[in-house]
Write a protein that binds this ligand. Structure first.
Ligand SMILES: CC(C)(COP(=O)(O)OP(=O)(O)OC[C@H]1O[C@@H](n2cnc3c(N)ncnc32)[C@H](O)[C@@H]1OP(=O)(O)O)[C@@H](O)C(=O)NCCC(=O)NCCS
Length: 183
């Protein structure tokens, strides 16, 4: 399965919700030399490079990344997988004052050469665990209907579509596509 599909010519922005933070799986133990840890502000440049490679349509640079991930007090933590001095995957937790019971999973990305090693799964689990520790009771995230690698990950971890009828119609096509049917 490719990560983007021409079958979904017009991607739709959707919100997914995990209605509870109970039952979050245990964080998988990654084999050395990979370690999960919090990113440091000094790593804004390395994070920008990682995010820029993963989100091809977006422009990430060190100052923007520092501002967005490290200077915004709603971003509670940015987790990374580091391996041999390199950042290879990341995910962040955001908790906004308007919805303090909700932990938002943000900026989930794995470098191309390290995909399908369970890194994003480990990081999203880590973010969910941190959300629970921060007092949140549910989690949400934004994605797009053509993110056909990310959506199965989120479904696997208990997220559901959160939206009205227009989103549900597109969503039904995404699920058919992921199940191997035609959209
Ligand atoms: C989405 C993304 C973060 C997944 O990272 P990853 O580290 O490769 O994911 P994992 O190895 O932890 O995969 C966990 C599960 O996700 C799903 N998955 C991951 N990549 C997939 C792919 N290419 N096709 C289908 N399912 C996929 C699978 O269910 C997988 O479990 P499995 O390997 O046991 O089948 C990565 O592909 C990426 O960075 N994409 C570009 C940025 C992006 O779309 N971010 C999400 C924005 S909402």
């Amino acid at each position: 399965m490719t990560e983007k599909s021409d079958a979904l010519a017009v991607p739709v922005d959707v919100t997914m919700r995990r209605p509870t933070l109970l039952g979050v799986p245990a964080m998988p133990i990654l084999a050395a030399p990979r370690v999960v840890r919090r990113a440091q502000v000094e790593e804004a440049g390395a994070l920008a490079a990682l995010l820029g490679r993963a989100f091809e349509a977006e422009r990430w640079d060190a100052p923007d990344t520092e501002r967005e991930l490290f200077c915004d007090e709603t971003v509670k933590a940015t987790l990374v997988v580091a391996a041999e001095g390199r950042l290879v995957a990341t995910a962040s937790l955001q908790v906004r004052p308007d919805l303090p019971e909700c932990g938002w999973v943000r900026w989930v990305a794995t470098d191309l050469d390290r995909r399908r090693e369970g890194l994003a799964r480990a990081l999203v689990i880590g973010v969910l665990a941190m959300a629970g520790q921060a007092g949140c009771r549910e989690a949400r995230l934004y994605t797009q209907t053509d993110r056909l690698a990310a959506i199965p990950l989120y479904l696997q971890l208990g997220f559901e579509l959160c939206g009205g009828d227009p989103e549900r119609e597109v969503w039904a096509r995404v699920i058919r596509l992921l199940s191997g049917g035609s959209p």
